[in-house]
Design a protein around this ligand. Structure first.
Ligand code: LRH
Ligand code: MN
Length: 387
């Protein structure tokens, strides 16, 4: 029988939802619209709040600038509060301006780098008004052909640009630096892997930390190894959870490889990093191209909760014993026992004790929320990835 005594550690665990997951998204081939999609950040936050109401696990919403620009940030902050959530990380956008064709923070021309740095100054102002502490920077910079630019010179420009951004932060603000193996650049990215992000973070200072997006690695990468290393170095700042079969598919976390998600959270639990004191911001970064978005986020949050619950029932004492005595198969067996344990009944009981629906998906489907917003949200322009 599994030892459920550590499940109460889920009480202090939380997941941050991306505002852009509630807007229309797609691929370069097609972006599909669907009824009830939010038309502005207020409606995106309302949808995120619905997920929090049903799970009690998603009290923050990350915003993307300029996609989520509003005239009155205090009004948006108040709206979030009235819906029982708050604004989380502020994401900058260095991938949509024409000037960034050859890069942004790494661009050969200083005036283009200045523009990109000024954009972060604007994001930091928004953080001050919205009460956000995390500035999240994903760098799309890179080249498509060998020789197109000097890899070394770009790193020097990048280090200088990041230092200028870091200097703008307030004492209670962090810089979250996200890496990605490829796309939109296809020969080299200027921050392609955890090591490059880590090196820049160490050069910047204590409040610069690494963002690990689970879709940003080469196939076959042992992501939990990277998690263990960044935690050991005290530089794991956040996750962008999603899942993929091939590239940066941004599918529902745990849908393509639930065992990998469990292994990642096993590393997290072993180093107590699921606790808020670790400073790790557990975020989703997904887009729901063909499936309903609110339900997609709901199931994603539940997938993370279930994987963490499995990691919390691992018999760590027996595992350590087997590891110390070189009992390879027993050690692997102990971990597989936890992974193979169906935690859904225990999680349903736990929700019921906390006044939450036993089955949030079933409750959501019966609530008519989808039809209600589809009816209300007519006219105007549906929010869409990239706009
Ligand atoms: C880049 C990325 C980044 C966000 C974007 C929405 O692929 O993962 O985190 O800016 O998706
Ligand atoms: Mn991401």
């Amino acid at each position: 029988m599994a030892d459920l005594s550590r499940l109460n550690e889920l009480d202090e665990f939380s997941i941050e939802l991306p505002s852009w997951a509630f807007g229309n998204a797609g691929t370069r081939f097609k972006v599909f619209g669907s009824p009830g999609v939010p038309r502005d950040p207020f409606e995106k936050i309302s949808d995120a709040a619905e997920v929090n109401r049903l799970t009690g696990l998603a009290p923050r919403v990350s915003l993307h600038i300029p996609w989520d620009k509003v005239d009155d940030w205090s009004a948006l902050r108040a709206h979030a509060k009235s819906e029982g959530v708050r604004i989380g990380a502020i994401n900058s956008n260095l991938f949509q301006d024409d000037e960034y064709r050859l890069g942004s923070l790494c661009h050969p021309e200083k005036k283009v780098r200045d523009k990109a740095i000024q954009h972060h100054a604007e994001c930091i102002d928004i953080m001050r008004v919205t009460g956000s502490n995390d500035l999240k920077l994903w760098l799309p910079d890179g080249t498509n052909y060998p020789g197109q630019d000097s890899i070394r010179d770009r790193q020097d420009r990048l280090a200088d640009s990041l230092a200028r951004i870091y200097a703008l932060l307030d004492e209670d603000q962090r810089l979250l630096l996200e890496y990605k193996l490829f796309e939109p650049a296809f020969y080299h990215m200027d921050i392609p892997d955890w090591g490059t992000s880590f090196v820049h973070c160490v050069a910047l200072g204590e409040r610069a930390v690494v963002v690990l997006d689970t879709g940003h690695h080469a196939p076959g990468t042992n992501i939990e190894f990277i998690v263990a290393m960044l935690l050991r170095a005290g530089r794991l700042g956040a996750f962008d959870f999603n899942s993929r079969f091939y590239a940066d598919d941004d599918l529902m976390v745990g849908s393509a490889d639930p065992f990998q998600l469990f292994r990642i959270l096993h590393e997290i639990v072993q180093q107590e990093a699921h606790r808020p004191s670790s400073g790790v911001n557990f975020m989703l970064d997904q887009c729901h191209n063909i499936e309903p978005k609110v339900e997609g986020q709901l199931r994603s949050v539940l997938n993370v909760e279930e994987a963490l619950a499995k990691a919390l029932i691992v018999d760590h004492e027996a595992l350590r014993e087997a590891q110390q005595t070189g009992d390879v198969l027993a050690a692997n067996g102990i971990l597989m026992d936890a992974y193979r344990t169906d935690m859904r009944p225990a999680l349903a009981d736990r929700r019921e004790r906390r006044g939450l629906p036993r089955d949030p998906v079933e409750t959501y489907r019966r609530s008519g929320y989808f039809d209600r917003v589809a009816e209300q949200r007519v006219g105007g322009r549906q929010a869409s990835w990239g706009a």
